[in-house]
Design a protein around this ligand. Structure first.
Ligand code: C2O
Ligand code: CU
Ligand code: CU
Length: 527
């Protein structure tokens, strides 16, 4: 690959950023809390109506491709009633527009960074990198953290969409600013369907509901307050569901499918219905489970997706049910963080055509069929805080940058099966560990079977305090991909590394091989 002068300058910028760890960007806790909006000014839970994110419209569709255009801009929105908040939004929306695709059709998304050159209060350059989380994209389209798009630049991402139906999400992954960028709004869903899923006749249309659960803290003027608690995380005192504080959702007396994404920067959840009624998990990160899994609560870390069916048919009109949260240990709690949203049952009429929960969903998922005996290697990864840095096996993303992106934590062979042991020896924090490219099956946690809600294809796993979680996966694809903690503050303070899927017949594509360009140099999006 030939690097232009501009590219070399850009690579230099990353090296500088990586050696000067972004400690100076941390707002001191005391300062920050003095600017915090008092709890008395926050809305009363369940007083704000529920909303759904709008879907993106393709710029064009051909026989086998869909083209989308997403612009990132600073956008003022009303999040708390009566206040204006500056967000960083995909196409003016927080969360961003839902991209909907069908398996077998490639999607090309032009992401353009029209954010300010410098963040007005946090004083950083909001460079971006867009990751489609859950997609087996080629390395150069995977949102590699150091493959940044600076304000005024643009990049076309290509998404293959060959995997089974699933709830994916796209979010910022720009090196050292992922937490800030995602916190300000650069998060959205991407929903892929396939024929197997369609044949199940699951609740669809208005009964298939994206549910982004995030948290935030506000300043007195309504702007977002970004604080780092000893670099351990960003902990909000307001739950935002699809960008609305503790909303109230009117539901009809039938089944709903909720696609629940925890897009909190650091916070993990453990939620249940206020009457402790059971509900069913039908899909995990990588798509449908083999059959509906009955649960009464879910421990749900950042970036995990759980799709659940809740049946409201047995409730009388006017019933109010709350989705309540019991914070897992090592989160920071505030008043009202024990409640997330409310469902209010109405007497409105509805169709019964898709009011279905079939007993069998996807019984033949290849990843769920993997056996320990197939594994050709077992590797251990320890997630630890050492000094001020968050590390994986004692290394950080700075080691990747200083090696010119060559340093890897593992080099699995293409199409081989491996077992990875993800280890958190600390009692002081938890780590949601994400492995790019693959879907994995959780084998066990501290030797015990995975939780009832985790028994499906996954790409993020909750590695709690003192936990050792073993996962098994097959490395289909080639090239270098990231793995990291999905507490985005840990990730930015460098708990991130990469592995290289080695194909002896052909080198993998270079994750830094297709860089962003100034907007004026972009050709037409649609050929
Ligand atoms: Cu959702 Cu590498 O991230
Ligand atoms: Cu990912
Ligand atoms: Cu972590």
């Amino acid at each position: 690959m030939k690097l232009s002068r501009r590219d070399l300058l850009k690579a230099g910028a990353f090296a500088g950023a990586a050696t000067a760890l972004p400690l100076q960007r941390m707002v001191s806790g005391i300062d920050a809390f003095s600017r915090r909006m008092p709890a008395s000014k926050l809305p009363t839970p369940y007083s704000v109506p529920f909303a759904r994110p709008k879907s993106a419209t393709p710029v064009m569709s051909t026989a086998n491709k869909d083209y989308f255009r997403i612009d990132m801009r600073a956008t003022q929105l009303e999040i708390l009633p009566g206040y204006k908040t500056v967000t960083y939004a995909y196409n003016g929306q927080v969360p961003g527009p839902v991209i909907r695709v069908n398996q077998g059709r490639e999607a090309i998304v032009r992401h353009t960074n029209m954010l300010p050159k410098v963040h007005d209060r946090l004083a950083y350059e909001p460079w971006t990198s867009v990751h489609l989380h859950g997609s087996a994209s080629l390395p150069q389209y995977d949102g590699y953290a150091s493959d940044i798009t600076r304000p005024g630049e643009s990049k076309d991402y290509r998404y293959p969409n060959f995997q089974p139906a699933r709830t994916l999400w796209y979010h910022d992954h720009g090196v050292h600013h992922t937490a800030q960028n995602a916190y300000q709004g650069l998060v959205a869903m991407y929903i892929m369907s396939d024929p197997l899923e369609q044949a199940l006749n699951l609740p669809s249309g208005e009964y298939d509901v994206p549910l982004h659960i995030g948290d935030a803290m506000f300043e007195r003027d309504g702007n977002l307050l970004f604080t780092l608690d000893d670099a351990s995380g960003m902990w909000g005192d307001v739950f935002l569901v699809n960008g609305r504080p503790w909303p109230n959702m009117q539901v009809k007396r039938r089944k709903y499918r909720f696609r629940v994404l925890n897009n909190c920067i650091s916070r993990s959840l453990d939620y249940r219905l206020s009457n402790n009624a059971p509900f069913h998990v039908i899909a995990t990160d990588g798509g449908l489970t083999s059959e509906p899994l009955e649960v009464t609560h879910i421990r749900h870390a950042g970036a995990e997706r759980y799709e659940v069916v809740i049946d409201f048919s047995n409730y009388t009109v006017g019933t109010k049910l709350q989705l309540l949260n019991t914070s897992p240990q090592n989160n920071r709690d505030y008043p009202n963080m024990d409640r997330i949203m409310q469902f209010e049952v109405t007497g409105e009429s509805f169709t019964t055509l898709d009011n279905n929960l079939p007993p069998v969903l996807n019984p033949s998922s290849p990843v769920m069929a993997l056996q320990e005996s197939q594994a050709v290697a077992t590797r251990a990864f320890r997630f630890r805080r050492i000094g001020g840095a968050w590390t994986i096996n004692g290394t950080t993303w700075a080691d990747v940058v200083s090696s010119n992106y060559q340093f890897t934590l593992a080099d699995p062979l293409k199409d081989s099966v491996e077992i990875w042991s993800l280890e958190n020896p600390s009692g002081g924090w938890f780590h949601p560990v994400h492995i790019h490219l693959v879907d994995f099956q959780i084998l066990d946690r501290n030797g015990a079977p995975p939780q009832p809600w985790e028994r499906g294809p996954k790409d993020v796993v909750y590695v709690g305090e003192g936990e050792i979680v073993r996962v098994i996966m097959k490395f289909e694809g080639r090239g270098r991909y990231m793995m990291h903690c999905h507490n985005l503050v840990h990730e930015d303070h460098d708990m991130m590394g990469q592995f290289n899927v080695v194909d002896p017949a052909q080198a993998g594509d270079d994750p830094m091989g297709t860089l962003a360009k100034p907007i004026a140099q972009m050709g037409p999006l649609v050929p």
